[in-house]
Every structure is written in C-alpha cells, then in structure tokens.
Design a protein. Structure first.
Length: 232
C-alpha cells in the first residue's frame, strides 16, 4: 500500500522508520506531501537529508534543526541512510524522546535491524515490499557461501574487505545484506552440527557493523574459516 494511502496529515506520528530503497520511498513521500498539500519547493519546514553513514554530528545537527520553531503547523524531516553509528543512535534517541510539537521524522533505511531496539521503539515502522524483495534477490548469496570451499569463500568477501576509504559505508551496507542472507541459510540448517555457533558469530558480526570502523576483513574472514561447509 502506498504511503499516501496509509498516512494522514492530521494523525501523523512524530517518527517513522520506513524500510526500502530510498529512491522508491522518496517518490512515494513526494506523492504523500502533494496529497497533504505540503509545498516541496522553497519550504523552510521541509528538510531532506541523505547519508551513507549517519554519524553523531548528523544527530546533533538534526536535534538543533528540530528544536527551531516551524513557520507553519508541521515541520518534516526526511533522513535516509545506509548505516548508522551506535553513538549516533544514542544521540538520536534523546531527540525522539522529547520531540518538538508539530515535528515529524521519516527515517529511511533498508533494514530496521541496524537500529537499536530502544530507538526502534520510539518509531512507527512501515515495512516495504521492495525491502523484502531485495532480501529475496540476495538470498542465494548466503547459500553459495555456505557450500563454497574456504579459498572460494575468501574470494567472495574480497569486495567487502578491499575497498577504498570513500567506499567503506557502501561496503558495510553490502556486508550487512550478505550477513542477512548467510543468516537465513544457516537458520534453514539450524539443527546441523556447528550451525548454532556460526549463527552466533553472524549475529555478533551484524552488531559490530554499527561501530564506527569495524574490521570487515576480520569479521568476514572468521566466518569464512570457521563456518561448516555444506555440499550444494
């Protein structure tokens, strides 16, 4: 169901988390604001932000901006990111706990699981069909990794572990999608020997991805070397 069919200007929650690809969601938000009669051009109460990684400085700036009084009845913040640092989440939590009246946030990311449970609890979550579709398209990656030899596994993760500095945020997001696919492949075999321990390692790796500078090489190579190998 389109966003314009789910949300109403008179009953807006103070914060939404929308899962999916930002280009698709931006399009739906545009339709939503048009339906609500909200001007999208030269509107000082409408703020759009796009980040690869949402940092603590971004959280502080967002808090400062939302504290300013709206010129109209509603002030809207659209914030899209691929990854978000744990310290930024803690700073953002303070903003959502004490929202300014008439202020509404629309946070956009591919996967709600990158957010701390305490932060997610302050938002109304809108799951997206395109987010689920992306997971399904990547479903075969985890299966391929699980059945590959150790040399082949190491080759598969090179695209995550050998990246330029300005590509780190994108590599973290791709690594997250890979880990979700691998986690799914493990859950199918949860009763098999060695799978439970590897599943714990995957969950730990996903948690470390929210740190400022996680070692993708260390996290993924550990999985490549220790995960059980299942024949295709």
């Amino acid at each position: 169901m389109a966003l314009k069919d789910q949300l109403n200007i008179d009953t807006l929650h103070h914060a939404y988390l929308i899962e999916g690809e930002r280009v698709n969601i931006f399009s739906e938000l545009t339709e939503l604001f048009d339906t609500m009669g909200i001007a999208r051009s030269a509107n000082p109460d409408l703020h759009w932000y796009e980040y690869d990684a949402f940092l603590i400085d971004h959280a502080h700036e967002l808090r400062r901006m939302q504290s300013l009084h709206a010129l109209g009845s509603h002030k809207l913040f659209i914030v899209a990111f691929h990854t978000i640092m744990s310290e930024a989440q803690n700073a953002l939590l303070k903003t959502l706990e004490e929202p300014t009246e008439g202020t509404h946030f629309f946070f956009i990311t591919r996967n709600r699981e990158i957010l701390l449970p305490t932060l997610r609890s302050r938002m109304q979550i809108i799951g997206r069909v395109d987010a689920m579709g992306a997971k399904e398209q990547n479903g075969g990656v985890g299966e391929a990794f699980l059945s590959a030899s150790i040399p082949d596994r190491l080759a598969m993760i090179e695209s995550f572990t050998k990246t330029k500095v300005d590509e780190k945020a994108e590599a973290k997001e791709r690594a997250r999608v890979f880990l979700e696919s691998f986690e799914h492949a493990l859950l199918v075999r949860i009763k098999s020997e060695g799978v439970a321990a590897t599943l714990e390692d995957v969950i730990t790796a996903k948690r470390y991805l929210s740190d400022r500078a996680p070692s993708l090489k260390l996290l993924l190579e550990h999985l490549a070397l220790t995960a059980p190998i299942f024949a295709a």
